[in-house]
Ligand binder design. Structure first.
Ligand SMILES: Nc1ncnc2c1ncn2[C@@H]1O[C@H](COP(=O)(O)OP(=O)(O)OP(=O)(O)O)[C@@H](O)[C@H]1O
Ligand SMILES: Cc1cn([C@H]2C[C@H](O)[C@@H](COP(=O)(O)O)O2)c(=O)[nH]c1=O
Length: 688
């Protein structure tokens, strides 16, 4: 038996944080992010406290005003700030921005600011942030080699969001400490949020110092292209998104989740204060619970439900957020609300990570940046609209007591109402995106969920066929499927496996005739539905006559194309309803799903030029057709990453083979079947 062709170990490049200038910038980023979150908490809490004596409506609007001021500059001034970052000395921009933020934040406690100054200072701090962030983003590539850029960006993202729960905890602690300090230093008495604001200002000062000492940032910069305005980004992004059903479903889901989250953020301070009777510390804990939940959802959620289709998990997590939010709205108990908030955050975390990953994989390289900025711009606008509207709505509704025999037994106020509306929105949006994206139509979602919770594979008619291993190769024309399936079969046979190498269409007697009908260029004008049915008919024959018998006897089956080809070519390519194509194929195959699908992802512009001879009926389709096919393949892989290996088909053949072997190696059974070992075990000992 030959040993498997593992890739030779390469020397690991040093961790991106080993790079001293980047480490310094990253430390400044971390301190600033912590300051930013602390700022949000302290200012919304202060707005609530400054209007504590006022009626419910005034208080709601006061807190809402802070959120509006925090989001408004990003929408109005972002392109200007981006252009500034490209034209001026970035180090100086960041240093001056840090000092300005320090002064503005410090002015609030020092001047014992009233609400008007609080709002003005909030707006100005956010304007300054708009200059700091693009200058920082533009600096990272100056400090980090190209191959470590992705790792550097991941670390930036980690501190941007990872500091939120830390800031929430710090805020809760500073609020308690501020109260204690009040009895020692009279200044802090009745000024609960001031200590947090001092710490917030200090964070900006520390960042200013770090940036000042960071000499590696180039002084002059090449003038870049200014970022397009938010409305333009939205209009451009929509052009692409509206044509893609999956991305549309993802964006609807993510924006709905944002809107529901915005509703909670907008009323959180008032809800904790009025509904739960909590102070600033409780507000900090509830705020932190959202982020702790998000982090655990991103990390554990997708791992726990590994077997569930990603598309289903995405929709389900948004739907489940609805009842959780409704429970938060109605149960007036701080401990229970904190636990439910962690669960709510987990749902949001699952949806966010799946959505982001799927968009990243689904969207073409050259469109990805635009799609993300479209999503971000729309998310900002949605958040601004909801965060501004939520407290207003809460204020308009006011607060009402539910009475029994004249006795007040329950208080239902505007924040409860807003959260209930948010809950309904989450359920509606979750259902809508599930409708857009479900890839297992006809399979009951509850059964799927139970199977996933138990760690089982989704149910199929041919569960008993699982003695063998079924590997499918997918990809566009000339991507390298035939080459790689042949090489894999040789590699496996070398190791003693019983291998059946097959293909679609045309691996049975009937199938060969169907292949001729399907691919012969004389059959132009074949209707899309007939085409889909003919491919499904070939597949039904293939599964019954070739694949299942081989799997039953424990063989490794390698098929060049399977169901995904129909979803990509007939579904996306011919624009048939995806769920119809999925349904006829689920019926044709009895639900047999490959253990692993290897997608060889090759741009059609390259794959088509690799083919020799006259183009067949499908190869001669226009380039947009093949682009749609490629996108769908990638989306299918993104929806169930555990069951797919996506390989870059433009790599050298040997490199592609090695990646495939590495992945297949993980699912290989013992080449000698257990029964054979049992038999060997009972053989009489060989004597001379
Ligand atoms: N990684 C690669 N780099 C360059 N050329 C390749 C690579 N893989 C395969 N080829 C070549 O591209 C051509 C098409 O390969 P192959 O037949 O394996 O593709 P395919 O995906 O099966 O195509 P189709 O589905 O259209 O039959 C062959 O000439 C093959 O030698
Ligand atoms: C299985 C399957 C295939 N097709 C298309 C894709 C290709 O153009 C041909 C098969 O040719 P190959 O050289 O053997 O790859 O058929 C399809 O449209 N739908 C399917 O389900």
């Amino acid at each position: 038996m030959t040993s498997p062709g593992r890739s030779t170990a390469r020397r690991k490049p040093p961790h991106v944080l080993a790079n001293a200038p980047f480490r310094k910038l990253w430390t400044a980023m971390s301190v600033c992010s912590l300051g930013d979150w602390l700022n949000l908490l302290a200012l919304t809490a202060l707005a609530g406290n400054l209007t504590a004596g006022e009626d419910y409506r005034t208080q709601s609007l006061a807190v809402g005003g802070v959120f509006v001021m925090k989001l408004l500059p990003a929408i109005v001034l972002a392109p200007l700030a981006g252009a500034f970052a490209d034209r001026f000395d970035r180090r100086l921009t960041m240093f001056v921005a840090d000092l300005s933020r320090f002064t503005l934040v410090l002015s609030i406690p020092l001047l014992d600011a009233n609400y008007q100054w609080l709002i003005i200072a909030t707006f100005l701090v956010e304007c300054v942030n708009l200059f700091w962030v693009p200058a920082k983003d533009a600096t990272v590539p100056n400090l980090v080699p190209k191959e470590r850029l992705e790792a550097a960006n991941q670390l930036s993202l980690l501190v941007t969001y990872g500091t939120a729960p830390v800031a929430a905890l710090l805020f809760a602690m500073l609020s308690v400490a501020g109260e204690g300090l009040g009895s020692l230093i009279p200044y802090f008495a009745e000024r609960d949020t001031h200590l947090a604001l001092f710490v917030n200002a200090l964070a900006y000062l520390i960042s200013a110092f770090l940036i000042f000492t960071l000499r590696d940032i180039p002084r002059s910069n090449v003038a870049g292209v200014a970022a397009p305005s938010v409305p333009r980004q939205i209009a451009e992004g929509w052009q692409f998104v509206r044509g893609d059903r999956l991305v549309r479903g993802l964006i609807i889901g993510m924006l709905g989740a944002f809107a529901a989250g915005g509703a909670v953020i907008g009323v959180a301070k008032i809800y904790v204060q009025q509904g739960l009777g909590g102070g600033d510390a409780a507000y900090g804990v509830v705020f932190g619970a959202v982020f702790a939940g998000m982090a655990s959802g991103m990390f554990f959620g997708t791992r726990l439900l590994r077997g569930l289709s990603r598309r289903r998990l995405f929709g389900l997590s948004i739907i489940v957020a609805g009842p959780v939010l409704a429970a938060i709205a109605l149960i007036h108990n701080l401990a229970i609300v904190v636990l439910l908030t962690v669960l709510l955050g987990a749902c949001a975390g699952i949806a966010w990570i799946i959505g982001y990953t799927m968009i990243g994989l689904e969207v073409e390289d050259q469109l990805r940046g635009r799609t993300f900025s479209f999503l971000q711009s729309l998310a900002r606008v949605t958040l601004l609209a909801v965060v501004a509207a939520a407290p207003m709505l809460a204020g308009l509704y006011g607060s009402r007591d539910v009475t029994i025999s004249g006795e007040p037994v329950y208080r239902f106020d505007g924040s409860n109402l807003v959260m209930l509306i948010g809950a309904l929105l989450a359920v509606g949006v979750g259902l809508l995106s599930l409708r857009h994206m479900d890839d297992r139509k006809g399979v009951p979602i509850i059964a799927d969920l139970i199977a996933a919770v138990r760690g089982e594979q989704p149910e199929a008619e041919h569960a008993e066929a699982s003695r063998g291993v079924f590997i499918a190769f997918e990809g566009g024309e000339g991507s390298g499927k035939t080459t790689q399936s042949r090489l894999l079969a040789i590699w496996l046979r070398d190791q003693g496996y019983d291998v059946v190498q097959t293909r679609e269409p045309g691996s049975t007697k009937v199938g060969m005739r169907l292949r001729a009908i399907l691919l012969d260029a004389v059959h132009q004008g074949l209707s899309a539905r007939s085409e889909a049915l003919l491919y499904a008919a070939d597949r039904a024959e293939h599964v019954e006559k070739v694949i299942l018998p081989a799997l039953y006897r424990g063989a490794m089956v390698i098929s060049d194309r399977y169901v995904d080809s129909s979803l990509a070519y007939q579904g996306a390519g011919r624009s048939l309803e995806q769920e119809d194509v999925a349904r006829i194929n689920a019926w044709a195959t009895g639900g047999l799903v490959p253990d692993l699908t290897v997608l060889i992802d090759t741009p059609p512009s390259i794959g088509l030029t690799r083919l020799g001879g006259a183009a067949d009926r499908i190869e001669s389709e226009p380039m947009e057709f093949h682009e749609r096919v490629r996108r769908e393949f990638r989306a299918l892989a993104a929806a169930a990453p555990d069951r797919y290996l996506v390989v870059d088909g433009t790599l050298e053949q040997e490199a592609v083979s090695r990646l495939i072997q590495d992945r297949v190696h993980e699912i290989l059974p013992d080449p000698v079947p257990r029964e054979a070992e049992d038999i060997t075990g009972t053989m009489p000992a060989i004597r001379d």
